[in-house]
Ligand binder design. Structure first.
Ligand code: C2O
Ligand code: CU
Length: 496
């Protein structure tokens, strides 16, 4: 493992796709756009397709059984080339896994990639040895079975993706990501039409092949064309069109499954209600919202009531979000069109959705300092730079922070860098208390369950958190190039 180094895997990837490189596609490449300009993708503006749902092979209602195969496949995304994507069961994004609270899930994973991989159930409290950690890689050609109980009270919108050591960016950027939805027996919004919108980004090189986002590389090397760039896709489609009768209210589950893009979401001419976050429904709807920042890996559930005008056309868009001084162009993600049908009568949102109890009194406070290191690291890291937690780069066999099952703790994420970092803790849903800039603390205005929180540049974000199962948990920045470059650490959870 030690010899594998950070460049070993990308080299393999390059040679694996070398045979499909022919001539550059005209009008693409050149690399002078810095990847910030979207490139044309085939099939923009087609009707929005729902993602497939992975069927359970079990006849028992309290059991979910299925297989997932990760493997390369070809897709026609640009004229003149077929793009190699990596998908689950031949799809990118992969199929939705729908589970119920209290179910037993048994999922066989077959690794048909040329790289090691894992499946991580992002946001769900599954036992650490079933969570697809980098310590438990599945070798190319190998298989393993993941099994876990879906925790009571976990109803919400999650996702699954690979988490192999230093390969997260490459594997996610090639298409390995999919939604995981947990349903409750009682859901305050039961019966409302639902749409799952999985946002991913894809950056293609001059040959129409995927070039994984390399946020950490670009500022130094000037050669990467993909920094935060590429096209944003919704359910794998380029600006698909979603058609509804005028006045229809829908529940949208939006997942930021990009490797490294912040999404500042807004809907032309519409306000919406935020009804849920990473770990499911809020206590009550937050109505009248005009925009919502969705950091990499975060999810939001909103209720949108479409315009009551017939044949209206408006967009869900990304307004763009600058990080580390780089401006980002946003763009249209999804077009919504209303039909000429009669106006759907308005729906009254329930005033209470699902109670959220405060996690309780914290007895321990931990400091988690985010920093960047110097570049004097020799050839092994090249110009990547260091992304550090408490002054250290990730090491798989080191425990960085200790906790005990059930212990409620305050964690201060102290961001000393000049860019934002979306911080994620495995195996739990936590509560954000507030943020502090230059000694001034702003408390969070509502309680919500989250597994990923944005920690803005120069800011301290304080959360209340607790683990429920012993073992080793990861916590890390979910800008995947930062995770791969060392901004990850191990939380050792000892039994109570
Ligand atoms: Cu979504 Cu540790 O990851
Ligand atoms: Cu980061």
């Amino acid at each position: 493992v030690a010899g594998a180094g950070i460049f070993a895997a990308p080299a393999m990837v390059r040679s694996a796709s070398a045979q499909i490189h022919r001539t550059p596609i005209s009008g693409m490449g050149g690399g002078m756009t810095g990847g910030l300009a979207a490139r044309p993708l085939a099939a923009a503006g087609l009707p929005l397709k729902p993602l497939a749902i992975l069927p359970s092979a079990s006849g028992l209602p309290n059991e979910f059984r299925a297989s997932l195969v990760a493997a390369p496949f070809r897709a026609a995304l640009v004229a003149g080339a077929s793009t190699e994507l990596w998908g689950y069961n031949g799809m990118a994004p992969g199929p939705i896994i729908e589970l119920r609270e209290g179910q037993r899930a048994t999922i066989e994973f077959i690794n048909g990639l040329a790289l090691e991989s894992t499946v991580h159930w992002h946001g769900l409290a599954v036992p650490p040895d079933q969570d697809g950690n980098p310590m438990d890689p599945v070798a190319p050609g190998a298989r393993r079975t993941y099994s876990f109980d879906v925790p009571p009270g976990s109803a919400g919108t999650y996702w699954y993706h690979p988490h192999a050591h230093q390969l997260a960016t490459t594997e996610v950027a090639h298409g390995l990501a999919a939604p995981l939805i947990v349903r409750a027996a009682d859901d305050a919004l039961e019966g409302m039409p639902e749409v799952t919108l999985m946002v991913t980004s894809i950056a293609l090189d001059a040959y129409g092949q995927v070039t994984p986002g390399t946020s950490v590389m670009r500022p130094m090397s000037g050669t990467s064309t993909t920094f935060g760039g590429g096209n944003l896709l919704v359910n794998g489609q380029s600006v698909p069109v979603h058609t509804v009768p005028p006045g229809t209210s829908e529940r949208w589950r939006i997942i930021n499954a990009t490797a490294d893009r912040y999404l500042r979401l807004a809907i032309d001419g519409h306000r919406f209600a935020v009804v849920g976050t990473d770990g499911g429904l809020l206590g009550e709807p937050l109505v009248g919202q005009v925009e919502c920042l969705l950091a990499p890996a975060q999810r939001v559930e909103i209720v949108l009531t479409a315009s009551s005008q017939k044949s209206a056309r408006f967009a869900l868009r990304d307004l763009g979000y600058p990080n580390d001084g780089m401006s980002r162009v946003g763009g249209e993600l999804l077009t919504v069109r209303t039909t000429t049908d009669a106006v759907t009568p308005p729906v009254q949102l329930p005033s209470a959705l699902r109670p959220i109890a405060d996690l309780g009194v914290a007895t321990v406070r931990q400091r988690i300092v985010l920093s960047t290191g110097g570049m004097g690291m020799g050839m092994s890291m090249g110009a990547m730079g260091q992304f550090l937690i408490n002054g250290k780069s990730f090491a798989m066999d080191r425990v960085d922070v200790q906790t005990v099952v059930g212990r409620v703790e305050l964690w201060d994420f102290i961001n000393t860098t000049m860019m934002d970092h979306p911080m994620h803790i495995h195996g739990t849903q936590f509560q954000v208390l507030g943020q502090t800039i230059a000694g001034v603390t702003t408390p969070a205005d509502y309680l919500a369950w989250r597994d990923t929180v944005n920690v803005p540049a120069g800011t301290t974000v304080t959360i209340k958190t607790r683990q429920t199962m012993p073992g080793r948990r990861m916590f890390h920045c979910h800008l995947l190039p930062h995770e791969d470059a060392g901004m990850m650490a191990v939380l050792g959870v000892s039994p109570a």
